[in-house]
Design a protein around this ligand. Structure first.
Ligand code: MN
Length: 328
């Protein structure tokens, strides 16, 4: 498959803003190292790419979409506007088949696919390297220990003398860019991984990322201090209002600290532009909940035990009431 992709020449990688998305883009760029590669992430939190953003970057014969579950219509529009070959590497639940594109997403079939880097690693037959493991650690956190993939990753970590804690810290540093809604920072992080290939120590010294984390930690603690509502049956609802992308961090902290069956965090953007609901729970049925939200016209995504929904502020309460039946 690498050879097939290489012949296409000029390539654009469109990737998610988180550690797995950044690492996936770096992994692909390295695997296609004799091509001219550019990378692009959508506005943070938006699951759509405007065609003019692509045309402003140049002309591409190949577009690879990594770790980003764009809606079918958006992908077809990109294909139509650019006339490029489109290849998708992903591990998010994609509800629809997309004609005319190469879609590499084994999720739902046999095996465990904890990250898009793991999909790329396996399907391109790559050697284990730092970005592949950063994707695993970024998406699964501590729980990556329980995965089959981690048993394989461990041999690399032992050979390179890397601890899981170190990798968790580095994934946090990568994620600090999107949490501060710094789109340029996300795109540059891909270049940084390529510049310091497999060099954890050099990457950990990135001063901008360190300053990002300090700022975020203050904000997360501030949002955790707000009161939560115990909704019964092991469900906790937490209301927050932050302009930063920390809803999943807040949900994760609440879930780990309280032993709740289901944590629901609602963020009302301080600029009043809209709200986001984040569900985290073992017994969640993501496909069902995502389908339910999308049928109401909201943007929604998720996998495993998490689902995020973006919707107008005034529709949060009715949605939670209806969705409550699905997650009960
Ligand atoms: Mn991912």
């Amino acid at each position: 498959m690498i050879d097939g992709l290489k012949r296409l020449g000029e390539t654009l990688i469109i990737h998610r803003w988180d550690a797995d998305g950044i690492a996936s883009a770096a992994l692909l760029a390295r695997a296609l190292d004799d091509c001219t590669i550019q990378n692009l992430t959508p506005p943070i939190g938006e699951y759509a790419v405007a065609e003019n953003e692509i045309s402003m970057k140049g002309k591409f014969r190949s577009i690879i979409i990594a770790d980003l579950c764009l809606p079918k219509e958006n992908i077809l529009k990109i294909k139509e506007a650019t006339k490029a070959e489109v290849t998708i590497f992903d591990h998010h639940i994609q509800l629809e088949a997309i004609p005319g594109v190469t879609h590499v997403n084994p999720t739902g079939g046999p095996g465990d696919w904890p990250s898009t880097t793991w999909v790329i690693h396996k399907f391109l037959g790559l050697r284990l390297c730092l970005p592949t493991i950063l994707g695993l650690v970024g998406d699964r956190g501590e729980r990556i220990r329980e995965s089959e993939a981690f048993r394989e990753a461990r041999s690399y970590m032992e050979a390179e003398n890397l601890s899981l804690n170190e990798l968790l810290d580095l994934a946090e540093l990568l994620d600090s860019n999107h949490r501060l809604l710094d789109r340029r920072g996300v795109e540059e992080a891909v270049q940084e991984l390529l510049r310091h290939w497999n060099d954890v120590k050099a990457l950990m010294r990135n001063e901008e990322w360190r300053r990002n984390l300090e700022k975020l930690n203050v904000e997360i603690e501030r949002q955790l201090k707000r009161p939560s509502i115990e909704a019964g049956n092991g469900v906790l609802i937490h209301q927050m209002s932050s302009r930063y992308n920390i809803i999943s961090k807040v949900a994760r902290r609440l879930a780990w600290e309280g032993g709740w069956r289901l944590v629901i965090v609602v963020n009302d953007a301080p600029d009043g532009r809209g709200s986001q609901i984040y569900f985290r729970g073992e017994s969640l049925n993501p496909a069902k909940l995502i389908g339910f939200a999308k049928a109401r016209g909201y943007s929604a995504g998720g996998k495993g035990d998490v689902v995020g929904v973006v919707l107008p502020k005034s529709e949060v309460d009715p949605f939670l009431k209806e969705a409550g039946r699905l997650v009960a």
